[in-house]
Ligand binder design. Structure first.
Ligand SMILES: Cc1ncc(C[n+]2csc(CCOP(=O)(O)OP(=O)(O)O)c2C)c(N)n1
Ligand SMILES: [Mg+2]
Length: 401
């Protein structure tokens, strides 16, 4: 592939920088390769629901029978339904903002279901599907978007860290955590621990991510860098973030990189299990680029019609992550029509509960904002708390003067 030729030049007489100069054609080929799946995409289920055999990855999903596939389908439908409900609630003024995951269900459910309870996941802000697979009640998550809570779950119990809005910052936290797993001797065999860190294509332009790559690599940290390349960083397309496919960057840091079809839940499960196995055995880190598509706006404050054409979305609808599993199950006799009706009814009920909870969620007291900031409070924090509460008291008594 042309982009490979210039990214990994043979040692020559000239300085490496000169040897690595690409031709204009190679640059163009590299740009295309960032926004087209290409031959290097690992896929186990085609968009039409046909099973693609893979010598390398089939062993990692050998246990996936029809029942497991039905469960993965159910996970994705429930998560999508909850996502649509939350999006609607934002439009109705019940949430301050919502960050849709539409289109990324397979990347999140597939990778999330590959994790063991002992593993730790570090999300950014769109990983509602991963949260669900980690047993986080989505009702505990909704408070963040209603702006009443920081994050309402026990992250240690769930192995799921709080959301991070600062782009790429969680990669440093995850790297530190994975280095800790290594230092404490928690890697080395099948029972080893691992960490997975989620970030977007745009985040790969952020310094924090590169620092995480360097530190993770030199300490052999048991860390899966899971990049959901949804093609957009708000209005910035991936080809403006990188000259070459993102997974190829891993080679520069000295660890494996792999591009998986992020709309294929089976491939995401297999590739993430493989990567986690590498980590458990002390061969981490690994970079996974899940090649997917953000089918909705960046957030509810964004209008994607300003910067992308609708035919792009139409094209990706044909690669829908949920439809291909349905097609596979129907074609192979793995599910009856009633199953799909049942899952839809369950998803509607799931969404109704989320709505009910959102409407009846108690308003937290004002001092709530000072809780759980640090493990232990500090005199400064106490002072701020007291000042804030007395400031609010001033409003309560203002009318009396
Ligand atoms: C350090 C930092 N810079 C800028 C922003 C504003 N911002 C929020 S989301 C975003 C784009 C991120 O895109 P990507 O990493 O592809 O993730 P996606 O939203 O597509 O999941 C930016 C620039 C931020 N939150 N943090
Ligand atoms: Mg993105």
């Amino acid at each position: 592939m042309p982009s490979e030729q210039w990214t990994h030049p043979e040692p020559g007489d000239g300085p490496a920088a000169i040897a690595a100069q690409p031709s204009p054609e190679q640059v163009i080929a590299g740009l295309r390769a960032t926004s087209e799946g290409g031959a290097e995409l690992t896929q186990l289920l085609t968009p039409e629901g046909q099973r693609v055999p893979s010598t390398q990855f089939d062993p990692y999903v050998a246990d996936v029978d029809d029942e497991t596939l039905r469960n993965l389908y159910r996970d994705m439908v429930l998560v999508r339904r909850a996502d649509r409900e939350a999006n609607a609630m934002q439009r109705q003024g019940q949430l301050g903002i919502w960050v849709p995951l539409l289109g990324q269900e397979a990347a999140q459910v597939g990778s999330g279901r590959a994790l063991q309870p002992r593993d730790m996941a570090f999300p950014s802000y769109r990983e509602h599907g991963v949260a669900y697979t980690r047993g986080v009640d989505l009702r505990d998550l909704i408070g963040i978007f209603r702006c009443t809570d920081h994050s309402g779950w026990d992250y240690k119990a769930h192995g799921f860290h709080p959301y991070t809005i600062v782009i790429g910052n969680q990669v440093l936290n995850a790297t530190g955590y994975a280095m800790g797993q290594k230092f404490e001797g928690k890697v080395g065999d099948d029972d080893g621990e691992a960490t997975i860190c989620y970030f977007g294509d745009g985040a790969t332009s952020q310094g924090d991510v590169h620092e995480g790559f360097v530190w993770g690599a030199v300490y052999d940290a048991p860390l899966v860098f899971f990049c959901q390349n949804n093609q957009w960083a708000i209005s910035e397309p991936t080809e403006r973030q990188s000259r070459l496919p993102l997974y190829q960057r891993a080679r520069g840091y000295g660890f494996p990189g792999i591009r998986v079809d992020g709309n294929d839940v089976l491939a995401c499960l297999a590739v993430t299990r493989w990567a986690l196995e590498q980590c458990r055995h002390g061969n981490g880190p690994v970079l996974i680029e899940a090649f997917t598509y953000r089918m909705d706006a960046h957030t509810t404050t964004d209008d994607p019609t300003r910067y992308r054409l609708s035919d792009e979305l139409e094209e990706w609808k044909l690669k829908d992550p949920i439809e291909r599993v349905r097609a596979h199950l129907v074609r192979g006799g793995g599910a009856e029509p009633e199953f799909f009706d049942q899952v839809q009814a369950e998803a509607d009920e799931f969404a109704a509960q989320l709505r009910e909870h959102t409407f009846t969620m108690p308003e937290p007291p004002p001092e709530r904002i000072f809780s759980n900031v640090y493990a232990e409070s500090s005199p400064l924090l106490e002072q701020q708390r007291a000042e804030y509460l007395s400031y609010l008291d001033g409003f309560a008594t203002a009318g009396e003067h």
